[in-house]
Ligand binder design. Structure first.
Ligand code: ASP
Length: 437
């Protein structure tokens, strides 16, 4: 059994957290590959090291003096090194190099990546694992995306000859030869890539919560934790704004069928959430989770005999494509079609879209309404449970929420409903209470 363990920034924010992490790694022989983030916030209002580095880069690119800012960053690391009592270990030479680079040729991604790089070096020294610089084993292509083929080839060979290694998260080698980072939170992606290339059995992702919650805790008080969730359910929920994991982190492991276990560094005894390809495990409730987003618009397009006009839908979508707008949902009736779009992408182009639809598809009428929130009720158990829709709409009706749109795909993995922005929180609470209490 082999595991990759990725630790988020709050799990490595100071020496105390580092010690918890080391204890977790040492408690299980199979935790052979470690992917650390940069030190995160130690308390509310604190600054993540990645943000401190980005500030140093901004200052350097404006030609300002960065020595004070670099000293603050170095203090964070020196405090960790001292707290861990790491003898004969220092990052002085690394900081000299970083300062020189910032002064002579500031590069944003390189600067941002140093948070993980330095934390990785400390981690490797502390637990006695080999340090593998991600710049040597993770590659990006010309478009700035992960070069899966090359990464898999180089990284798997390297891991095969390294029984225990620390690979810092968040960055790799850009096509131009310089260090390149993933988008923010990208150490999750590194963890997933290392899991795939290292052919491990489990990807443990350690953070500061005990897994995914059924609903957003800012809306629902003390929501239950999800024990098992499939990759597909997770995609639906994270697309709707539920976030614990970087969106791109799912793909590499998904293709190799490696489960992800979200765990809490501060409560290692909690089992957390398992993200799996498929499971026979019963969930506690009919729904796995509920999440949503505000800020959508609908465009109701009416045309008599639309149902028999071949190519009507394509022409409407062509108009959206011409205006560079993506659509979210498209429920339709006999003579109507509704297109749901993002308000901020759409509103400043609405008249252009209307006139293009008129030109291409010649509808009778187009009506736009805004202020729509979408809520996804997601659950693999829904397709075999009777009365799910009744429970959902009864709960909403009892809470006095007017449902303005319903969309259920035939996969029956989710039901999407549209409500007024102002009803959003009330609707989420009603759905949670209706299914989980
Ligand atoms: N340190 C980076 C960030 O703050 C990457 C990560 O933590 O995953 O976004």
């Amino acid at each position: 059994m082999k595991k990759v363990v990725k630790f988020g920034g709050s799990s490595l924010a100071d020496a105390k957290q580092f010690k918890k992490v080391a204890a977790i790694i040492q408690a299980d022989e199979s935790r052979v590959y470690v992917v650390p983030s940069a030190p995160g916030k130690r308390y509310d209002g604190d600054t993540k090291v990645t943000d401190m580095l980005l500030k140093a880069y901004d200052m350097a690119s404006k030609g300002e003096d960065i020595t004070g800012q670099v000293a603050l960053i170095k203090d964070r690391y020196d405090e960790i090194i001292k707290g861990l009592e790491l003898k004969d270990f220092s990052l002085d030479a690394d900081f000299e190099e970083i300062t020189k680079m910032l002064q002579e040729d500031p590069q944003k991604d390189y600067t941002a990546s140093r948070g993980e790089y330095l934390n990785g070096k400390i981690m490797a020294a502390y637990i006695g694992y080999e340090f593998i610089d991600a710049d040597e084993v993770i590659f990006f292509n010309e478009e700035g995306n992960l070069n899966t083929y090359k990464t898999e080839r180089v990284l798997s060979r390297r891991l095969a000859e390294t029984p225990k290694a620390v690979v810092p998260g968040f960055y790799g080698h850009g096509k131009d030869g310089n260090v390149k980072t993933f988008s923010r939170g990208g150490s999750d992606v590194t963890g997933s890539v290392v899991a795939q290339a290292g052919k491990v059995d489990i990807y443990e992702n350690w953070t500061d919560v005990s897994g995914f919650l059924v609903a957003d805790p800012r809306i629902v008080k003390n929501p239950a934790t999800i024990k098992y969730i499939t990759y597909r359910e997770l995609r639906e929920l994270s697309y709707m704004g539920a976030s614990v994991l970087h969106e791109d982190a799912i793909f590499p492991v998904r293709y190799s069928g490696i489960p992800i276990n979200i765990r809490n560094t501060n409560r290692p005894e909690d089992k957390g959430t398992w993200i799996v390809e498929s499971t026979g495990q019963k969930s506690d409730f009919v729904i796995t989770g509920v999440a949503g987003k505000k800020g959508f618009c609908t465009m109701l397009i009416t045309k008599a005999m639309m149902n028999s006009e071949i190519g009507f839908g394509r022409r409407v979508l062509q108009a959206l494509e011409d205006s560079d707008i993506s659509f979210e949902h498209m429920p339709s009736g006999i003579d109507t079609m509704t297109v749901v779009v993002h308000e901020d992408e759409f509103l400043h182009k609405e008249q252009q879209v209307i006139s293009t639809i008129h030109r291409l598809a010649k509808p009778d009428h187009i009506e736009i309404s805004s202020d729509l929130a979408l809520i996804a009720v997601v659950g693999r158990a829904m397709k075999s449970a009777k009365g799910t829709a009744m429970r959902l709409f009864t709960a909403l009706a009892m809470a006095d929420v007017n449902v303005r749109m319903i969309d259920q795909g035939s996969s029956e993995l989710n039901i999407i409903i549209g409500v007024k922005n102002a009803d959003f929180e009330k609707a989420i609470r009603a759905i949670y209470d209706g299914f989980c209490k």
